[in-house]
Design a protein around this ligand. Structure first.
Ligand code: IMP
Length: 431
C-alpha cells in the first residue's frame, strides 16, 4: 500500500490529529515531517475497547498521533525540529496513559530546539510581533539554514555536542550581550541534562528516510502527518505571519526523504468554518458575536499555548489555493457539528478588490489586505450531528453544505467529523 499524506488546508488546528489517528488504524507507520512543539494534535480515544466508553484525551506535540495504535510505528522525520525535554516528557506521559511506551524512530538528521532558541525568539521580538507559539521554532530553523544548527546525531558524541552548543551560545550572547538568561545557560550543565533526558531515545536515532522508503517498498501503509496548515507554510502562507517550515506537500519530500510520487492519497483537512491563532491576515474573520459563538462551541483555544483562536466563516478562496498547491485528492471536513443551530451560513466563494472579483488567493499581504470576502448564503440546520454515522443521517441542509463545498472545490469530501471522538465520524464511499 502506498503513502497517504494528511495536510492542513487552512491555518492549522484543522483536526488533523483525529483524521491521522483514524487512518493509522490499519497503517504500519505514521510520520511527522515538519514543525516541532508548536504543533498540538488532540485525539480522543479508548485504546482498550472498541466502544466510546472510558475514552481519554491524548495530546501530541512531537510524536505522530498514529503511534497511539500498537501496530503503528511513529517516525519523527528530518524536517522536524525536536526539543529533547519536550520529547522526553511526551513519551513519559503517553507511556503512562497507554500503559506502554509508543514505538518511535527519530531522524538522526533532525535539528534540535535548544534552551537558547525560545530566549532568542523573545529577544528578537518574534513572539510579540508575529505572535508565534514562543517555542523557539523560528530560531531553530534559522540555525539549520545558517548551517550551524545542531542535529540529533550529535547526541552520540557528548564532547562534540557540548562544543557545538558552546559555540552557538557564544554567538547568541554576542548578539544579545545584556541578556541575563543567555548568560546563565551553562553548556556543560545543559549537555548533561540533555543527555540524561534523551537517555532512552538515543538508540532510536536512525536514517528515517531509509526506514520509511523500505516500509513503502515492502508494501506497508505509511501515513504522513502534516503540522500547521497551508496558509502558515513558509513559502506559500501569509508571509511573514507564517511558521518556519513547509506545511504543504513539498514538506513530505524534504522533511521525510520520500518522493511525493509515492503518495497515492493527499488528504486536505479543513474545518467547516475557519480559525487562525496568532497575528496575520484572516479575510473571513468574525470578531463579534458569531466569532465568539464559534470559539465557545468549537472550543477554539490552542492545544499548545491555550490562546483563544480567531474564528470566521469558511473561505473557499483560501481552500481552493490549498487544493492547487497540494494536489489534494480529497477533503476531510471537520467540526461540522459546531455549525448546528445557525439559521444561515455564509461561505466565501470569491474576494472583491477594487471592483474586481478574485477567485484565486492573493500571495502578498498588500493584495490580501485590500480584499473583501464575497459571501454566498446557505441555509443552516438546528439538529445536533454527533450521532450521525452516514451521510444520509445528516439533515438536508448539512448535506447541501457539504455538496456545495465539493462542487466549488471540485474535490470529493471523503470524511466528515461530527464530534471529538474517534467514533463521531462519517466516512463517505470512495473517500
Ligand atoms: P511559530 O510556528 O511558533 O513560529 O509561529 C508562527 C505562526 O504560526 C504563529 O501565528 C502561530 O500561532 C502559528 N502556528 C504555529 N503552529 C501552529 C499550529 O500548530 N496551529 C495553529 N497555528 C500555529
Amino acid at each position: 500500500m502506498p503513502g497517504i499524506a494528511v495536510l492542513g488546508a487552512q491555518w492549522g488546528d484543522e483536526g488533523k490529529g483525529k483524521i491521522v489517528h483514524l487512518l493509522s488504524k490499519n497503517a504500519d507507520m505514521a510520520v511527522r515531517f515538519n514543525g516541532g512543539t508548536n504543533a498540538g494534535h488532540t485525539v480522543v480515544f479508548n485504546p482498550d475497547q472498541a466502544d466510546q466508553a472510558g475514552e481519554s484525551e491524548f495530546r501530541f506535540h512531537l510524536i505522530p498521533s498514529g503511534a497511539l495504535h500498537p501496530n503503528c510505528v511513529g517516525v519523527l522525520g528530518n524536517g522536524m525540529v525536536i526539543e529533547p525535554f519536550a520529547l522526553a516528557a511526551e513519551l513519559r506521559q503517553l507511556s503512562e496513559q497507554l500503559g506502554q511506551a509508543p514505538r518511535i524512530w527519530i531522524s538522526q538528521n533532525a535539528h534540535m530546539i535548544l534552551p537558547y532558541h525560545p530566549i532568542v525568539e523573545r529577544l528578537e521580538g518574534a513572539t510579540s510581533e508575529l505572535d508565534t507559539t514562543a517555542k523557539g521554532i523560528g530560531p531553530a530553523y534559522r540555525d539549520k539554514t545558517a548551517r550551524h544548527g545542531i542535529r540529533t546525531c550529535e547526541l552520540r558524541s557528548p564532547g562534540r555536542f557540548q562544543e557545538l552548543l558552546a559555540q552557538n551560545l557564544a554567538r547568541e550572547r554576542a548578539i544579545f550581550p545584556d541578556s541575563q538568561e543567555l548568560q546563565e545557560l551553562d553548556p556543560a550543565k545543559l549537555t548533561e541534562q540533555i543527555l540524561a533526558a534523551t537517555d532512552g531515545m538515543r538508540d532510536r536515532l536512525t536514517d528515517t528516510s531509509l526506514l520509511i522508503n523500505r516500509a513503502l517498498d515492502e508494501g506497508r501503509a505509511v501515513v504522513f502527518e502534516g503540522a500547521q496548515g497551508c496558509l502558515l507554510d513558509i513559502d506559500f502562507g501569509t508571509y511573514p505571519y507564517v511558521t518556519s517550515s513547509s506545511a504543504t506537500i513539498g514538506g513530505v519530500g524534504v522533511g521525510a526523504g520520500v518522493s511525493p510520487r509515492r503518495l497515492e492519497r493527499v488528504i486536505g483537512v479543513a474545518k467547516a468554518y475557519a480559525t487562525r491563532v496568532g497575528a496575520g491576515p484572516f479575510p473571513t474573520e468574525e470578531t463579534e458575536a458569531l466569532g465568539r459563538r464559534l470559539r465557545e462551541q468549537g472550543h477554539e483555544y490552542g492545544t499548545t499555548t491555550g490562546r483563544p483562536r480567531r474564528c470566521g466563516w469558511l473561505d473557499l478562496v483560501a481552500l481552493r489555493y490549498a487544493v492547487r498547491l497540494n494536489g489534494l485528492t480529497e477533503l476531510a471536513l471537520t467540526k461540522l457539528d459546531v455549525l448546528s443551530g445557525l439559521d444561515q451560513l455564509q461561505v466565501t466563494v470569491a474576494y472583491r478588490r477594487e471592483g474586481e472579483r478574485l477567485t484565486e488567493f492573493p500571495t502578498t499581504l498588500e493584495e490580501l489586505s485590500a480584499c473583501e470576502p464575497s459571501y454566498q448564503s446557505l441555509p443552516g440546520w438546528s439538529e445536533r450531528l454527533e450521532s450521525c454515522r452516514s451521510f444520509s443521517d445528516l439533515p438536508p441542509s448539512a448535506q447541501r453544505y457539504v455538496r456545495f463545498i465539493e462542487e466549488q472545490l471540485e474535490l470529493p469530501v471523503g470524511t466528515i467529523s461530527v464530534g471529538p471522538s474517534f467514533h463521531d465520524t462519517i466516512r463517505i464511499a470512495g473517500g
